[in-house]
Ligand binder design. Structure first.
Ligand code: UDP
Length: 240
């Protein structure tokens, strides 16, 4: 059962359950995809029907940030825990490595996916890096051909939101992959180009503040968070 927050249905799963479900989809799925919306993406869904249908059409919708967790709680339908997409994928890589499964890394600036692949292969011996491609391609067809030739179990699609969600929904039928996951800036993190907040900040749910301090130009995007909270309170007052 999904928990609805402003029109987006989130899977009410723990991290362990989300990893187990990911492994199931990796053995039996065909062109499935996982999305990890934060409040900014939820607000985008409220404004754009195409994005909302791409997000809700995913096989798994994971609550990426603390904002979504607060929103669900305020609406009286709490989610069990936040499941940040970048952490979920690392847990999944651990399981995939044991099973000798493969991943294709798509997205980020030229050179970043290669660097991420090298680091992930070192960290998860047994995980097969089936291929990489940067996220600034013009010709979808050529990239789809390259991915299909590599035929990976998992495809990470890190093109930023909502581009990655729309891309996965549009191309799922053409791709010979079991599962995809739209993971925003995760390749930058895996490559070491961008640092995650220290664990203490993450535990205090202040990762957003750390990110804002490191990249002050994100302030415009982050203003979606108060808008999100106002909409959630509006829904609550309407008794929905
Ligand atoms: N990106 C891309 N192709 C594009 C636009 C963006 O590959 O056409 C990449 C960008 O280089 C970055 C990621 O998408 O690696 C988006 O990162 P951001 O931090 O904005 O994502 P978030 O995690 O906040 O969703």
């Amino acid at each position: 059962m999904r928990v609805e927050v402003l029109g987006v249905g989130f899977d009410n799963v723990t991290m362990d359950e989300a990893v187990a479900r990911g492994m199931e989809l990796l053995s039996s799925g065909r062109g499935e995809y996982v999305v990890t919306p934060n409040p900014e993406i939820v607000m985008c869904c409220a404004e754009r029907e195409d994005v909302k249908s791409a997000v809700n059409g995913a096989s798994m919708v994971l609550p990426d940030g603390i904002g979504v967790i607060y929103g669900a709680k305020i609406l009286g339908t709490p989610l069990r825990e936040k499941v940040p997409g970048a952490d979920w994928a690392l847990r999944l890589f651990g399981e995939m490595a044991k099973a000798g499964k493969s991943v294709f890394l798509l997205g980020a600036k030229p050179g970043v996916a290669e660097a991420a692949g090298k680091r992930l292969a070192g960290e998860f011996p047994g995980l097969v890096i089936a291929g990489v491609n940067d996220g600034y391609f013009k010709d979808d067809g050529a990239v789809i051909e390259k991915i299909n030739a590599a035929s990976p179990d998992l495809l990470l699609v890190c093109l930023g939101a909502p581009k990655q969600e729309l891309w996965m929904a549009e191309n799922r039928e053409k791709l010979n992959v079991r599962l995809m996951a739209g993971l925003g800036g995760s390749l930058d993190v895996y490559a070491g180009v961008v640092q995650r907040a220290p664990e203490r900040w993450q535990k205090m749910n202040l990762e957003w503040l750390y990110r804002l301090m490191k990249e002050p130009r994100r302030i415009g995007r982050m203003m979606k968070l108060p808008q999100f909270m106002i909409c959630v309170l509006g829904e609550k007052l309407k008794g929905k």
